[in-house]
Design a protein around this ligand. Structure first.
Ligand code: GLC
Length: 491
């Protein structure tokens, strides 16, 4: 018995894994979508498991070096890129504890690659040249690792921006990375990073550098996502259901056949959320804090928000929240004028495609007592909406994981979601309402069902809320699954 536990202990301790996680966005430094939240909140959970995990991202012009106490640690490092030689500086900082990175001594280290030409601008993404920018970043990241002398066992890449790292490693055969493995996580298959072959030069690659590049280049361009999928040691997506969906023609975004080739190495690991940050018991942005035991305090948040947004103040009417990027993926077009005859109020927060923004503004004008359209990006208001809402909508066309439904449940807002991807994996009959077909009628019926339970079965309603609030959305479980995959790669 004692011997057994000693052996276990020895196995667990035998290797303190070194992991580099790298992505285009990491919250709170730079955020466009859910990718940033994930890469900003998963690492502390891995660190807790004993992994020496470090992060790396570009130093965008928007990142506040003073506020985040970043330090320049290396200057003027030459990156011999085939396109043009450029210099980088390396900066170092830590994930702030507000991002859930634990306290005292356990903060995760993050490195930044500074190059004004590529990353000096105010935006994470620019209109053109994203492929070139991020290929340069990937090349620079590999050089930076050698300069700072961090030799990862595994490099964990995310989405198309860092998808060419496995290719760079294979094509170059650097002795420094002799034992370094790679893992690639798909957050959203619809952004693939298509680019003309010319781009490869930036990374000192040619179309003949690898078989997969040669094949990919047959149609005259290079697809970063395809490269990541084919060349990484293992591939993951952010929910089990999405990992299966992307092997079908409906959800595969034309890559289903490529993905099927990696079926054996493909895993779905559902995201968590930063439960320290998203916590109604501690949230400083909301009017009245509450727990599952004091859930009636949500009403104060509701009436506060109604007043703030100019909606009729009424604690009894259900408030329905929508917070999303107004993009094709998110299914806002299913939301039509027909919904205005439901006995509830709506508040939408988000920005995105102009046609959706306009449509929402028109609804607000026509139904000022029912509908509030907040066309903006506002973290504080988002928290207030989660806290105030009784119901939260996510009618996504596809949803790799989705974070909004989990935040909503944590704040006691009952989700009504389309049963796809991570929405299907995180919302069930005990915590919310689902519909299957991507159609207005089905969506409408699901929301009507929710409103009906709200008015007619208050006890059942409360149960739904409490079940959601008590669900464990922390990263702990998923971090263990990632750790298993890292170990599988390095064994
Ligand atoms: C992308 C997906 C979203 C997922 C997020 C984080 O934004 O669209 O479903 O939750 O990445 O993985």
């Amino acid at each position: 018995m004692l011997l057994n536990s000693l052996i276990c202990w020895d196995n667990d301790m035998k290797k303190n894994l070194k992991i580099l996680m790298t992505a285009a966005e990491i919250a709170p430094f730079a955020k466009v979508g859910g990718l940033a939240d994930v890469v900003g909140s998963l690492p502390p959970a891995l660190k807790k498991l004993g992994v020496d995990i470090r992060l790396m991202m570009p130093l965008y012009g928007t990142i506040d070096r003073k506020k985040f106490k970043l330090k320049k640690i290396k200057s003027n490092i030459n990156i011999e890129s085939g396109k043009r030689n450029l210099k980088i500086n390396i900066w170092k900082g830590k994930l702030p504890p507000s991002a859930g990175s634990g306290r005292g001594g356990t903060l995760v280290i993050i490195y930044f690659i500074e190059n004004k030409k590529y990353f000096g601008a105010k935006n994470v993404y620019v209109k053109k040249s994203n492929a070139e920018r991020f290929l340069f970043f990937s090349l620079a990241a590999l050089k930076a690792l050698q300069i700072i002398k961090f030799k990862p066992d595994v490099i964990h890449c995310h989405d198309f921006h860092t998808a060419l790292i496995p290719d760079l490693l294979k094509a170059n055969d650097w002795p420094y990375f002799k034992n370094t493995k790679t893992i690639y996580t798909i957050h959203n298959l619809n952004y693939q990073g298509n680019s003309e072959i010319e781009i490869l030069k930036t990374g000192n690659l040619t179309k003949d550098s690898l078989k997969t590049l040669t094949r990919d280049a047959q149609n005259g361009d290079i697809n970063f996502m395809v490269q990541g999928i084919l060349n990484a040691g293992l591939v993951t997506t952010v929910s089990k259901t999405y990992s299966k969906e992307i092997m079908t023609s409906t959800y595969g975004a034309k890559l289903d056949n490529i993905i099927k080739k990696r079926k054996k190495d493909l895993y779905g690991i559902v995201n968590g959320i930063d439960v320290l940050f998203f916590n109604p018991a501690k949230d400083k942005n909301i009017k009245k804090r509450y727990t599952s035991k004091t859930i009636k305090n949500k009403t104060t948040n509701k009436t506060y928000l109604q007043k703030k947004l100019g909606l009729p103040v009424n604690k009894d009417v259900p408030l329905v929240g929508i917070i999303m990027r107004l993009a094709w993926q998110k299914g806002i077009e299913l939301f039509t004028e027909k919904f205005m005859d439901l006995n509830c109020q709506f508040v939408v927060l988000g920005t995105g495609q102009e046609k959706y923004e306009k449509k929402l503004k028109v609804l607000e004008k026509k139904y000022p007592n029912k509908f509030s359209a907040q066309i903006m990006f506002d973290i504080k208001l988002a928290q207030q909406i989660y806290a105030a809402s009784d119901i939260f909508l996510m009618p996504s066309r596809f949803e790799p994981c989705g974070l909004g439904q989990m935040i909503a449940m944590r704040y006691g807002a009952v989700p009504v979601v389309r049963a796809t991807g991570g929405l299907k994996d995180t919302v069930d009959l005990k915590t919310g309402f689902r519909f299957n077909k991507f159609e207005t009628d089905d969506f409408y019926v699901a929301l009507s069902r929710a409103i009906n339970v709200y008015y007619k079965k208050p006890r059942d309603w409360k149960k739904l809320q409490i079940n959601g609030m008590k669900k464990d959305f922390s990263w702990d479980k998923s971090a263990k699954e990632y750790l298993k995959l890292y170990r599988k790669l390095v064994k």
